[in-house]
Design a protein around this ligand. Structure first.
Ligand SMILES: *[C@@H]1O[C@H](CO)[C@@H](O)[C@H](O)[C@H]1NC(C)=O
Ligand SMILES: *[C@@H]1O[C@H](CO)[C@@H](O)[C@H](O)[C@H]1NC(C)=O
Ligand SMILES: *[C@@H]1O[C@H](CO)[C@@H](O)[C@H](O)[C@H]1NC(C)=O
Ligand SMILES: *[C@@H]1O[C@H](CO)[C@@H](O)[C@H](O)[C@H]1NC(C)=O
Ligand SMILES: *[C@@H]1O[C@H](CO)[C@@H](O)[C@H](O)[C@H]1NC(C)=O
Ligand SMILES: [Zn+2]
Length: 429
């Protein structure tokens, strides 16, 4: 027995020796992970360059050169600028959701008008660089743009405040080319809570309201991708339960690694898998780790999703130009390829990714979701348009000031009561 034990211990010792005999040698492969970006487009779920165009250029593009080194332009030498065409080319970007974001302080004011201005500036930017950017409104056009060596350019609006609680706005934004909408930004709207309500257990939660469900169903009918970054946990759960189509997190990371209300908890990740959606990992240092976060911390979030729910549900949603602090190694949009090179390398504390896996992370997962959203749209061709206005109470409760900015408020009040009061004898009413 004793001998056997000693033999066993010697055996274990040899095993350990064998393993440590190959220290973290980064074995050179005959290919680099980023080579996959030649074959499939790298699609980023979230870039706020258009908001910088508003803040820095007042949306005037005639004297603005995206095809230049913006770092050397004093106006653009700001902590929220990470993007220009030379660096996008280095970064091998193949597709981008450009964000038509307007601030939450436009909520109940001129959000719809301001959103139109941001959609317009994105379209003018795409038109200005026809050799580099291609306007895209259908999933199939993303591969076509890639074949032509251009960045597929999709439009996303960030926050339901951009609708001013009107389904007409949603439908017209779809006609203007918008293919994705984040349900909220960092403010509550009359039909959905934002993530910050989760920072205080005592804050009353409304989640997604009954009328809010109509917005999701109407997005399904139109073929617009629902994005549940920025919403509260309750809204994440409600949208996942309501949507007939896969949804995305366009720019969120993993709560279990970095507990932050902008990040996604494990039980929600499991529901996202059932929904066949995708979480596109946000690079922002504060959502990844802290101010000294590195590219390895971002890789940690990516690997977490792969190991927990599978490689089919993870993508890239950098948030470049929307934040001021990016991890060491991901200083700007030229750095994406390093993520793919590192993931493919041997000798790290993760299983090296295969080419097929890297392609899914790069863009195939997002393209799958986009195509499914289109397929659901096509299957709903006979569905009726949802035409109920938001209930007056929902808007009034969220913001009593609505009486100052909305007209014809009676039209939002319940029709049944008006009918009863006006047309039925008092004793019946
Ligand atoms: C950009 O601004 C920083 C200070 O914020 C300064 O140190 C740097 O020299 C500037 N770069 C250029 C190219 O102007
Ligand atoms: C949490 O919310 C409750 C109810 O709205 C409020 O009374 C309280 O001040 C909040 N606490 C903090 C720390 O914000
Ligand atoms: C909101 O969502 C949370 C989490 O899913 C749930 O526990 C709560 O009951 C919901 N509240 C309402 C009013 O639906
Ligand atoms: C920042 O995050 C990294 C990675 O999680 C951690 O190792 C480091 O201790 C953190 N630094 C600080 C100052 O909290
Ligand atoms: C309503 O308007 C008042 C006065 O302009 C302002 O102080 C208050 O913050 C507004 N309330 C909301 C919910 O916007
Ligand atoms: Zn955002």
């Amino acid at each position: 027995m004793v001998l056997t034990n000693i033999n066993f211990i010697t055996f274990i010792g040899c095993l350990v020796l064998t393993i440590t005999a190959f220290p973290s040698n980064k074995k050179k492969l005959n290919w680099q992970g980023s080579d996959v970006l030649n074959e499939v487009p790298l699609i980023d779920g979230h870039n706020d360059l258009p908001y910088n165009l508003y803040n820095i250029e007042n949306n005037m593009l005639n004297n603005f050169e995206l095809d230049s080194d913006l770092k050397s332009n004093p106006k653009w030498n700001v902590s929220s600028s990470f993007t220009d065409l030379p660096r996008l080319r280095q970064g091998k970007l193949g597709g981008q959701f450009w964000v038509a974001y307007v601030s939450c302080n436009r909520n109940y004011k001129d959000a719809v008008e301001r959103t139109i201005e941001q959609i317009d500036v994105i379209k003018r930017l795409i038109d200005k660089y026809p050799k580099d950017l291609m306007y895209v409104t259908e999933a199939d056009q993303i591969m076509e743009a890639h074949r032509q060596g251009k960045i597929a350019s999709m439009i996303e609006i960030e926050g339901g405040h951009s609708l001013d609680s009107r389904l007409s706005s949603l439908r017209i934004f779809y006609e203007l080319g918008v293919r994705c909408m984040t349900i909220t930004h960092n403010c509550n709207i009359p039909w959905a809570d934002n993530n910050q309500v989760d920072n205080n257990v005592s804050t009353p939660k409304r989640n997604l309201t009954e009328w809010g469900k109509n917005v999701i169903l109407e997005m399904n009918r139109l073929g617009m991708i629902a994005d549940i970054s920025h919403v509260s946990e309750g809204v994440m759960v409600d949208v996942l339960a309501t949507s007939k189509a896969p949804v995305i997190f366009s720019h969120s990371s993993v709560y279990n690694i970095k507990p932050h209300s902008r990040n996604v908890k494990d039980h929600v990740l499991q529901k996202l898998k059932q929904n066949n959606g995708v979480i596109m990992i946000n690079f922002y240092s504060a959502y990844i780790a802290n101010d000294t976060a590195t590219i390895y911390d971002v890789i940690n979030h990516i690997n977490y999703v792969k190991n927990f729910i599978g490689v089919d549900y993870v993508g890239i949603g950098s948030d470049y130009d929307g934040v001021t602090r990016m991890p060491i190694g991901l200083e700007d949009v030229s750095k994406y390829p390093k993520i793919f090179d590192l993931l493919a390398e041997e000798g790290h504390d993760w299983e090296p990714w295969t080419e097929e896996e890297l392609k899914k992370l790069a863009g195939l997962n997002l393209i799958r979701v986009f195509k499914q959203v289109e397929a659901i749209r096509d299957s709903l061709i006979d569905e009726e348009i949802i035409d109920q206005p938001i209930p007056y109470e929902d808007v009034f409760t969220a913001n009593p000031n609505v009486t100052q900015c909305w007209t014809d408020l009676d039209k939002y009040k319940p029709v049944v009561n008006r009918f009863i009061e006006e047309f039925l004898p008092a004793e019946i009413a």
